[in-house]
Design a protein around this ligand. Structure first.
Ligand code: FES
Length: 399
């Protein structure tokens, strides 16, 4: 499915209940999110042996540790003794440093090596006959692509991950040589995770509600799906925009200031799985992760990566991109909360999704059958019941 070919029959959205019901979220986690590859970080986020990353999603937690031999391994972030979390890490980067590549549980001191083996118990005499090999950390599937590190919460690697090696994405988006250029930005938005994802894939609203982004695009973004990867894409210009910083950004891109820039500069937004977006701009990649907390609360985590450029032209481009993006983000999250308030009133039915919204339709179809596909609940992990209605807040991490 590609381009913006019109379909003849109406394509309904999801019923409003799916955006407010805690049980619907549990089923979506079981049937969709916990089954997919999740982007845990970038290889450059694990700079040395013994560094570890934490990645949380809807009540589940994984850790990725770089071993002394340079191998990356992923485990459930839970001690095999009484279940305490092993790695917390920095609040925003989620990065931790494990001395001697050892993961020592803060509760009773059980200690694991970088291969997940239980190597030490302070109270070993209290556990006579304990088979340590039976209490190693639970390993999780791990994959790398373009410098990004992915984990999955199931015991087996997700089946059919077409974007890994997909022709839908350039074989090399250039991210392997990139580094995180700013601290992650985490926003809590009072909206269901699907509201956020749908807004990210909605091309029609850009003309109406995103004047800054639209003025940077030479035309209305095109919506497409290639090999199961939904995308928005538009050539960039911006030189006739009303906002000076957009004009400046457009002029900088037109000069090809970014090292390696070639052809018409473009913006591409790709959805990997169901909740991870890659925004590809000239010279940088912004990862945007949509992380459900509760049925009506979602964390939106953004991390920007770029090549380690030092030229003033490249720094200027990044500054102008970040300036533009702050305005887009503010508008986007405000729209999400506005939509959520309407959905929560149960006044809205499953309205039609336009024929040109191929990426949005694809996302909705992917999650539509979650209630059918979800297995019976098998564990108490991932308790996603809603608590009090959250208010939007913003956290910028501090290293
Ligand atoms: S819970 Fe980890 S050592 Fe007891």
């Amino acid at each position: 499915m590609t381009g913006s070919a019109a379909g003849s029959s109406p394509f309904p959205g999801l019923p409003a209940r799916r955006y407010v019901d805690p049980e619907a979220l549990r089923l979506e986690c079981e049937a969709v999110l916990w089954k997919e590859w999740q982007l845990a970080g970038h290889v450059s986020d694990l700079p040395a042996a013994g560094t570890a990353l934490r990645y949380d999603l809807a009540g589940r937690s994984a850790l990725v540790i770089k071993g002394a031999d340079g191998t990356l391994r992923a485990f459930r972030n839970a001690c095999r003794h009484r279940g305490a979390r092993l790695v917390e890490g920095d609040r925003g980067t989620q990065l931790a440093f494990c001395v001697d590549s050892r993961l020592r549980c803060p509760y009773h001191g059980w200690t694991y090596d970088d291969a997940g083996r239980l190597v030490h118990l302070p109270d070993a005499e209290d556990h006579p006959g304990l088979d340590r090999s039976a209490f190693g950390l639970a390993e999780l599937p791990l994959a790398t692509w373009n410098g990004f590190v992915f984990v999955a919460f199931g015991t087996a690697a997700p089946r059919g991950s077409p974007w890994l090696g997909s022709g839908a994405i350039p074989a090399d988006v250039g991210a392997s040589a990139m580094r995180r250029i700013e601290e992650p930005v985490i926003e809590r938005v009072a909206a269901n995770w699907k509201v956020v994802c749908e807004q990210m894939l909605d091309r029609a609203h850009i003309d109406v509600a995103q004047p800054v982004l639209r003025s940077m695009c030479a035309e209305t973004p095109r919506s497409s799906v290639h090999e199961d990867v939904p995308a928005l894409e538009a050539p960039l210009d911006g030189r006739s925009a009303a906002t000076w910083s957009v004009r400046a950004y457009g002029s900088a891109l037109a000069r090809g200031a970014t090292a390696g820039a070639a052809g018409v500069p473009c913006w591409r937004r790709l959805l990997l799985g169901s909740n991870t977006f890659l925004d590809l701009w000239p010279g940088l990649v912004r990862v945007i992760q949509v992380l459900p907390e509760h049925a009506t609360a979602t964390l939106v985590r953004e991390v920007t990566y770029a090549r380690p450029e030092t030229s003033s032209a490249a720094r200027s481009e990044r500054y102008l991109n970040a300036r533009l993006w702050r305005r887009v983000r503010r508008t986007s999250l405000g729209l999400c909360e506005r939509v959520q308030r309407g959905l929560a009133s149960q006044a809205a039915g499953p309205g039609p999704i336009g024929s040109g919204e191929l990426a949005l339709r694809h996302f909705i179809q992917r999650v539509r059958n979650a209630e059918v596909d979800a297995p019976e609940p098998a564990s108490t992990e991932g308790d996603t019941r809603p608590t009090a209605r959250p208010t939007r807040s913003r956290r910028r991490s501090r290293a």
